[in-house]
Design a protein around this ligand. Structure first.
Ligand SMILES: [Zn+2]
Length: 472
């Protein structure tokens, strides 16, 4: 006989920053049974945490099931590593995510293996491990509750962060006991221009609930977001300049193409100016938006701007750079470190009358971060080459797919019986700022910060206790 009468769950997270997202839930039942689940298993991309990629703080063969919130690499990039270390159970994700995930992992493998080769190291996992993960995928319909294992129910709810993204409700049930309700927001946004995002259903909002809430922008209100993209592009084109726009392959790339199209329709952008679109994966995803039934609103299927040219390979790229006529180049990667950006940035950073525009988060250690913080006319070193920064470098988070602090608070306020809020997926400062604000503005019994320092034991009444995590 066990010494407790109702189930509890320990919730742990392995990241202190905004990458390497991975949570573990260890459920203990009064009958002595233990169930372990993993929610996301992402790659660490911030340099200070990179070495953590080679460690898994749990034994994958003991995990009963895995849930995926969305296909960003910082949420899925280490799934193949889990397979390599013995994981062989099911992986549940939304239907669009199941279509996108093999593409995302295939690309991530290419990046990692070429990086490993350069450093003369072994890659974190093999292509076989990627195939193994693809074979474990289990598509889930939004809004439909299913049971991955006895005494656990899961519901995927739509999330505007990215096509296929989900807010995931996990309910732990036991005869004679109230359910433990856990809601994981993943990266969260309440809306998306490409698909409709319904409100969280009433039955979920009324549950006695523990919410694990992301807080990437927990330090900043939506009113503080500088909207400058259209203005900057227009000014650059009016001056007969060249604009290099850095985008993430999935989501941001398609949104920027749509924005340029809107500018053309509004008469803010001359339709004759060519728009080059570069990045294999971004082109592939764009084709999937058009052809793969990912749940895009029918009226948004026609989103490409006029005079859009898909760039095909290095030769093409060279001739684009040799031509000095006004043009817009939309290229990956979003932080400037990978993909064709590696060719364009060293060329264009040294040119006057050129705009380099980042359209998303640029993590510390990336080229985007470096360019943004370098002084105008200062010298920048890019892969051993010293270059003068003459181009105008701009940055905007106006298209960011994360809720800002005020929107996070509004999201939390719609729940009527919050037992515990755990903030995760943000810098420590961001998590602290939003936690203090939520303590003032949200009705919740307890508020905590989930990270490498503490894990939390939760039952149907909410917080049981805080435990120290014991990671290396
Ligand atoms: Zn994300």
């Amino acid at each position: 006989m066990s010494s407790f009468s109702r189930p509890y769950v320990d919730i742990m997270a392995w990241n202190d920053g905004v990458t390497g997202s991975c949570k573990l839930g260890v459920i203990k039942f009064p009958n002595g049974k233990t169930v372990r689940f993993v929610l996301d298993c992402g790659l660490f991309q911030e340099r200070e945490f990179e070495e953590l990629n080679h460690k898994l703080p749990f034994r994958p063969e003991n995990i009963d099931f895995t849930l995926i919130t969305h296909v960003h690499v910082d949420h899925i990039g280490r799934l193949p590593f889990m397979a390599k270390k013995g994981y062989s159970n099911r992986i549940y994700a939304s239907e669009p995510t199941c279509k996108l995930l093999p593409v995302a992992l295939g690309d991530s493998y290419k990046v990692l293996s070429s990086f490993a080769k350069r450093k003369n190291e072994k890659c974190l996992y093999t292509e076989d491990d990627v195939s193994k993960i693809n074979s474990l995928l289990q598509p889930c319909e939004y809004g439909k509750t299913f049971s991955p294992i006895d005494n656990v129910k899961v519901t995927f709810l739509k999330n505007g962060h990215l096509i296929g993204a989900a807010v995931i409700l996990v309910q732990i049930c036991y005869p004679g006991c109230d359910n433990i309700n856990l809601l994981f927001t993943g990266d969260y946004n309440s809306k998306n221009i490409f698909f409709n995002v319904p409100k969280i259903p009433k039955w979920v909002r009324e549950l006695p609930i523990t919410i694990v809430q992301e807080s990437t922008y927990g330090y900043m209100d939506s009113t503080e977001v500088r909207k400058c993209f259209k203005k900057n592009i227009k000014k650059c084109m009016d001056n007969q300049g060249i604009a290099l726009v850095l985008v993430f392959s999935l989501g941001r790339a398609q949104e920027i193409l749509y924005k340029l199209r809107k500018m053309q329709e509004e008469g803010k952008l001359d339709e004759h100016i060519p728009i080059y679109f570069d990045g294999k994966l971004a082109i592939l995803y764009t084709n999937m938006y058009l052809n793969e039934e990912l749940g895009i609103k029918p009226e948004m299927l026609d989103f490409l701007p006029k005079n859009l040219i898909f760039v095909n390979g290095g030769e093409n790229r060279k001739s684009i750079m040799e031509d000095d006529n006004p043009k817009i180049i939309v290229s990956t990667s979003g932080m400037g470190t990978y993909g064709p950006a590696q060719t364009y940035i060293p060329e264009y950073i040294a040119r006057k009358n050129t705009l380099i525009h980042f359209t998303g988060y640029t993590a510390e250690g990336t080229l985007g971060y470096k360019l943004k913080n370098a002084e105008q006319d200062g010298i920048i070193e890019i892969r051993g080459v010293y270059i003068k920064k003459r181009a105008q470098v701009e940055y905007t988070s106006e298209d960011s797919a994360h809720a800002k602090a005020d929107q996070i608070i509004k999201f939390l306020q719609q729940f009527t019986n919050v037992k515990l809020i755990l903030f995760d997926h943000g810098t420590n400062d961001s998590k602290k700022t939003i936690a203090e604000r939520a303590a003032r503005e949200v009705e919740a019994k307890h508020i905590g910060i989930l990270g490498r320092q503490y894990c939390f034991r939760v039952d149907s009444y909410g917080l049981v206790k805080t435990l120290s995590t014991k990671f290396e």
